[in-house]
Design a binder for this molecule. Structure first.
Ligand code: RIB
Ligand code: CA
Length: 316
């Protein structure tokens, strides 16, 4: 039976690519997709989500939940890496949503409807998940697993010298979710940055004018250019797709139980994930953290997912 999953995301090129794979993977039943502020503001994230669903036109349309901004977030701009619109400035058409379900309510409803069965794939700041926890005291025990794309263990950050973007943007919610009595897995930057796609990725994907093929091509070309110009890297990271791969093929990762927390008040360390690694540890393990990855096999998993998705999307 496919695994029920809610994808909470801030699209974002790597979010879009993860959605594309997930919506056509027979191992998953994507019951809902919710937007969260991060790479783009909450309104734009919702529009992007909807535009992506329209473009992909998956066989089973998930419900869409609309997020709103966290109460306080630092000013960040990821336009240089994702395009001003978050989607490589592709100008995808968007129709306005008829019904605007609040993201945290939709997440809570889906979890309540299938206790222990729903996994949340958190690909952006965890604002909505924190709110779902606040709304319902039973949520923590009813949600199946939360797979979080974010944080760092030994590596430096990507948005500040110390912090990973998703934990930095809404550090308070990251702290709340990580400290909650939920079953969690963290896919940190240390691991996602080991999965570097070089330009030959483009040769492995179908070519042509079909809708999915051309959107994917535009997203990837933008990402390769942006990584070269702004990060000085000949290749791209698809952080969120690595988190999706951990859900699909967990055997490709080594997971270590760890005791973690998130800094919310530091002057230069806001959003840093801290782990108690003392011999005489005082904190209790509260999550599994991916500490090793078979990067070749993860790349293969992502490429297979993309090839399958664009074949299914078809169209013109
Ligand atoms: O790393 C910055 C952003 O890009 C995060 O939202 C992450 O999930 C990726 O989408
Ligand atoms: Ca993201």
């Amino acid at each position: 039976m496919p695994r029920k999953v809610i994808i909470d995301c801030d699209p974002g090129i790597d979010d879009a690519i993860s959605l594309m794979i997930a919506l056509f993977d027979p191992r998953l039943e994507v019951v809902a997709i919710t937007s969260t502020a991060g790479n783009v503001n909450a309104e734009r994230a919702s529009e992007n989500l909807q535009a992506l669903i329209e473009c992909f036109d998956p066989p089973r349309r998930p419900r869409i939940g609309v997020g709103t901004a966290p109460s306080s977030a630092p000013p960040v701009d990821s336009g240089h890496l994702n395009g001003k619109d978050g989607l490589a400035d592709t100008g995808l058409a968007v129709a306005s949503l008829h019904q605007r379900h609040p993201a945290e309510k939709l997440i809570g409803d889906e979890v309540r409807a299938a206790p222990d069965e729903v996994t949340i794939l958190a690909l952006g700041p965890t604002t909505n998940i924190s709110r779902a926890l606040q709304r319902d005291p039973n949520f923590a025990t009813q949600v199946g697993q939360i797979m979080i794309s974010g944080g760092c263990v030994n590596s430096g950050g990507n948005v500040t010298a110390a912090a990973e973007f998703n934990c930095y943007f809404d550090a308070e919610s990251a702290r709340h979710v990580i400290g909650s009595k939920t079953t969690k897995t963290l896919i940190p930057l240390d691991v996602s940055k080991q999965v570097l796609f070089t330009i030959d990725l483009l040769d492995m994907l179908p070519k042509g004018d079909a809708r999915g093929v051309s959107l994917l091509g535009e997203l990837l070309h933008f990402a390769f250019r942006a990584h070269r110009w702004h990060l000085g890297i000949e290749g791209i990271y698809l952080q969120d797709a690595v988190a999706l791969a951990a859900l699909l093929e967990p055997e490709l990762f080594e997971m270590t139980p760890m005791a973690g927390d998130v800094e919310t008040a530091g002057e230069i360390t806001r959003g840093v994930t801290i782990f108690d690694r003392r011999h005489n540890r005082e904190w209790t393990n509260n999550m599994e953290v991916a500490t090793r990855v078979d990067s070749m096999a993860v790349k293969d998993c992502i490429v297979r997912g993309l090839v399958h998705a664009v074949q299914q999307i078809g169209g013109d």
